[in-house]
Design a protein around this ligand. Structure first.
Ligand code: GAL
Length: 429
């Protein structure tokens, strides 16, 4: 029989969400406009009222607490706070103050993301991340939030998943503005990396306390499809763009390949106290004619996948955490989870991924949280509502939160700060 997996005292267990996916009625951002245009969301849905979390946040937080969680990650919707350039909406600032108060009252430690995929329409219209003013504008927004709400925020997460932004919006063309232009993608990648510095420094300057600040990187574990030198080179290139460009960029304060040639960015070097890690899957790469000479190989038919088509590959989670060890900043798992209609698969996925977190901690990685994606089923971007990542279902029509088996399982783990040996035996061995 396998031993229980015990986690360090003070470990954070909870869930993560993002404003546009759960709040509802975020009408001032580029996603809303893109959804309304029609034809852009795979299942034909739009975010609409989403989970109505904007009005139900207090119940949601009480629910998390009752279900054993001690932390929660959410994002502040920039387009609510700054609906027009330079114009701050104080009513919305008050809204997020109430959100933070409610988290504290519920006994949940807040992790606050400042940018999670959505841009105010005015920013998008000026070219969004491709505009060279982006680092200044994002820094200003971050500083404003730190000044307004900083007394209630112990953990600030600046930008969610920097590598996804240029890739999805300007390479794959599956997020707005849905372009396929490598030059624009690289411009965006430069400005996003620079913004990680300006945002960090603005928060540091304006926050009244001494919060922990960092980016949220969604690492992929990039492996070659074969032993050929060409495929290995493709995997290295993927790793450089997806992981190293950001991680080494912050550590060294430089813009490296593929968006720069190592030029220094003042204020960027070491602009992280912590690093958020989102992990979902691995990437298998082959040399090809795609962008940068990369071809991503689909999982083999016998591989376990999610309804997103992503391969379940827990070993890659461990490898990513081990990789972060080398950067010597505390690691917070800010997202991990699976889109599936089979909740038993979710439990199995979770046990296998918790096992890797435990293994990484045993091997010396300073991992301090596991925030599951997501609390409740929600608007999964270009996939729509069809994808189910929640521990809770969101009932159609009533929007009631209905606990799944995985919510019960997660409660037991979180409350006891351990994964029972019998489940390790069942799902890992
Ligand atoms: C992440 C993203 C989340 C959520 C999740 C599941 O990339 O940060 O917003 O959509 O993936 O696909």
């Amino acid at each position: 029989m396998a031993d229980d997996l015990r986690f360090p005292d003070g470990f954070f267990w909870g869930t993560a969400t993002s404003s546009h996916q759960v709040e509802g009625n975020n009408k001032n951002n580029q996603w809303w406009a893109w959804e309304q245009a029609g034809g852009n969301i795979k299942d034909g849905t739009v975010s609409g009222v989403a989970c109505d979390h904007y009005n139900r946040f207090a119940e949601d937080f009480r629910m998390s607490r009752e279900w054993g969680h001690n932390a929660h990650r959410f994002s502040i919707e920039w387009s609510r706070i700054e609906p027009e350039e330079g114009h701050w909406d104080e009513k919305e600032v008050e809204h997020y103050r109430r959100v933070l108060e409610s988290l504290h009252e519920s006994g949940l430690v807040p992790f606050v993301t400042l940018h999670h995929f959505t841009n105010p329409v005015w920013f998008e219209e000026m070219g969004g991340w491709t505009n060279e003013r982006a680092p200044e504008l994002l820094g200003r927004f971050a500083g404003y939030m730190a000044e307004q709400l900083g007394d209630a925020v112990p953990y600030w997460l600046t930008i969610n998943e920097p590598p996804v932004l240029p890739a999805a919006s300007y390479i794959a063309g599956v997020h707005p503005p849905a372009k396929r232009d490598f030059g624009l993608a690289m411009q965006a990648a430069r400005h996003i990396l620079m913004s990680l510095g300006t945002m960090h420094n603005a928060i540091r300057e304006k926050a009244p306390h001494d919060p922990k600040i960092g980016p949220v990187i969604n690492m992929t574990y990039a492996v070659p499809a074969s032993d050929s030198e060409e495929d290995k080179a493709a995997a290295r290139l993927m790793d450089q763009y997806w992981n190293a460009y950001w991680l080494d960029g912050i550590r060294d304060g430089v813009i490296g390949a593929p968006a720069g040639d190592g030029e220094e960015v003042p204020g960027l070097k070491g602009a992280w106290d912590i690093v958020g890690l989102n992990f979902y899957s691995r990437s298998v790469l082959a040399a090809g004619r795609g962008v940068m000479g990369l071809r991503q190989v689909a999982p083999s038919p016998d591989a376990e996948t999610s309804t997103m088509g992503w391969e379940v590959y827990p070993e890659g989670f461990y490898q990513s955490m081990m990789r972060l060890k080398g950067y010597d900043v505390p690691v917070y798992i800010t997202e991990n989870g699976i889109g599936t209609d089979d909740d038993e698969q979710r439990i199995s996925y979770l046990v296998r991924h918790f096992n890797q977190v435990h293994r990484a901690i045993t091997d010396g990685v300073d991992v301090r949280s596991y925030l599951h994606w997501c609390q409740q089923d929600n608007f999964e971007w270009a996939e729509g509502f069809r994808q189910k990542f929640g521990l809770f279902a969101t009932e159609e029509g009533t929007l009631n939160r209905i606990p799944k088996g995985s919510a019960h399982f997660f409660k037991d783990v979180a409350e006891n700060n351990r994964v029972p040996g019998e489940l390790v035996e069942k799902y890992v061995r």
